[in-house]
Design a protein around this ligand. Structure first.
Ligand SMILES: *[C@@H]1O[C@H](CO)[C@@H](O)[C@H](O)[C@H]1NC(C)=O
Length: 391
């Protein structure tokens, strides 16, 4: 460098200036033809912006300004040439009013094989009410699309996103590693079918913080193969609560391991913290689970392990669950139950629940101490535990 002729200096300065400009690749969907009018189909504009961002060797931002952008099912696919693509969304993405248009696809907005994608802000309005009405009428209807799905991806951030009225699940994380979600808001009616808030499966290192989930099914559902999952500062309700499972649907199934649910509030939900498995043989398991600092307000089943899970009692397998549940700690859980039995451990006769720990649990029903019921469950208690433990 010391011997470089002075002639080259401006060139070097020019090149480095140029590459720092390129590092700020900013793509506004309007310049790809998207229209913020809520009625013009902007799917291809979003896809074109994605293609540019994904091809860039520098970090890229896709900017979605205020307004409503109509999107059909859209798949943002990697692998990309950079690992820092951000969506900054000030507007709302809306699905077509006719639920059949996205209703047959698995997903409305999906990311696959991406590394380093972040979404900041934005509202996703899937317009699910038409499909719910169809389902509730007993007619034949499409099963519906998940609103936002990440699969086979890593290093994902979802920050301050709002999901409204999904057809099926709101957000699904499947086959991913290192996902951070925070400040997420989910809103759907308490009687909307299958509208789970956030579903995580076959994924590790997923964190969900500071989120508020009001929906018709599980607030957060944790499927087979979820490991190292951290859930903190969550408000749930209406809905079915936070659920590990259902597990044991298949004979060969990955287990759930190392899940922490800390500082959560359940308001009028069907369940609080639940572990559920089908009553049939399976290699699945759930272990090293912590539920702590939890408030229940008028929750039907605040603490429940149900290894005879069979919603609607239709075609129940009626065998014994092969799923082994162990090392589950319930610490500092208090509030009110909407039914008399506030703690229910209905475990597998083949693989009884073991290592259940209850510490500082206080749940009441109609201003009196509630009840507990146990089958095939063993463990320890410490501190004040009401209802009286049946372990
Ligand atoms: C459990 O998961 C957390 C993240 O939620 C992680 O920090 C911790 O190292 C994991 N523990 C084990 C033993 O794997």
């Amino acid at each position: 460098m010391a011997t470089l002729p002075p002639l080259f200096l401006p060139l070097i300065l020019f090149l480095s200036f140029n590459s720092s400009l390129a590092a700020l690749l900013n793509l506004n969907v309007l310049s790809f033809g998207a229209k913020p009018d809520g009625t013009t189909d902007s799917t291809n504009a979003f896809l074109s912006a994605w293609t540019r961002a994904c091809a860039s060797t520098n970090p890229a931002t896709i900017y979605v300004p205020k307004g409503r952008f109509l999107l059909r099912s859209v798949n943002f696919r990697g692998k990309c040439n950079n690992n820092a693509i951000s969506f900054r969304i000030d507007g709302t993405l809306v699905a077509p009013v006719d639920y059949r248009i996205i209703g047959k696809a698995d997903n409305w907005i999906s990311f696959q094989y991406v590394d380093g994608v972040s979404i900041y802000g934005g509202k996703l309005d899937a317009k699910g009410t038409g499909l719910w009405a169809c389902k509730n009428s007993g007619k034949a209807c499409p099963s519906g699309a998940t609103t936002l799905s990440f699969s086979n991806s890593k290093n994902v951030v979802v920050d301050r996103l709002t999901s409204l009225n999904s057809q099926m699940f709101h957000i699904v994380i499947n086959g991913c590693h290192n996902v951070k979600m925070q400040g997420v808001t989910v809103i759907a009616s308490g009687n909307s079918p299958n509208t789970d808030g956030i579903h995580v499966q076959l994924s590790s290192g997923v964190t969900i913080l500071n989120s508020n989930i009001q929906t018709g099914d599980d607030c957060i559902s944790i499927g087979p193969g979820a490991t190292n999952l951290w859930i903190e500062k969550i408000t749930c309700g209406p809905g079915h609560g936070i659920s590990i499972g259902s597990l044991g649907k298949d004979q060969n199934e990955a287990g759930v391991q190392n899940v922490t649910v800390k500082t959560a509030k359940f308001m009028g939900t069907q369940n609080g913290v639940r572990i559920k498995s089908w009553a049939r043989p399976s290699s699945g398991f759930a272990r090293n689970i912590v539920f702590q600092h939890i408030v229940m307000k008028n929750v039907e089943n605040p603490i429940v392990i149900d290894q005879n899970y069979c919603p609607g009692n239709n075609n129940c397998p009626d065998q014994v669950s092969g799923v082994k549940v162990s090392n589950v700690r319930y610490q500092d859980i208090h509030g009110t139950s909407a039914t008399q039995v506030a703690v229910k451990f209905d475990c597998s006769a083949k693989h009884p629940c073991s290592g259940i720990r209850l510490e500082e649990v206080k749940l009441t029903y109609k201003n009196e101490v509630a009840e507990a019921s146990c089958k095939h469950a063993a463990g320890t208690i410490s501190g004040v535990v009401q209802p009286t433990s049946c372990l």
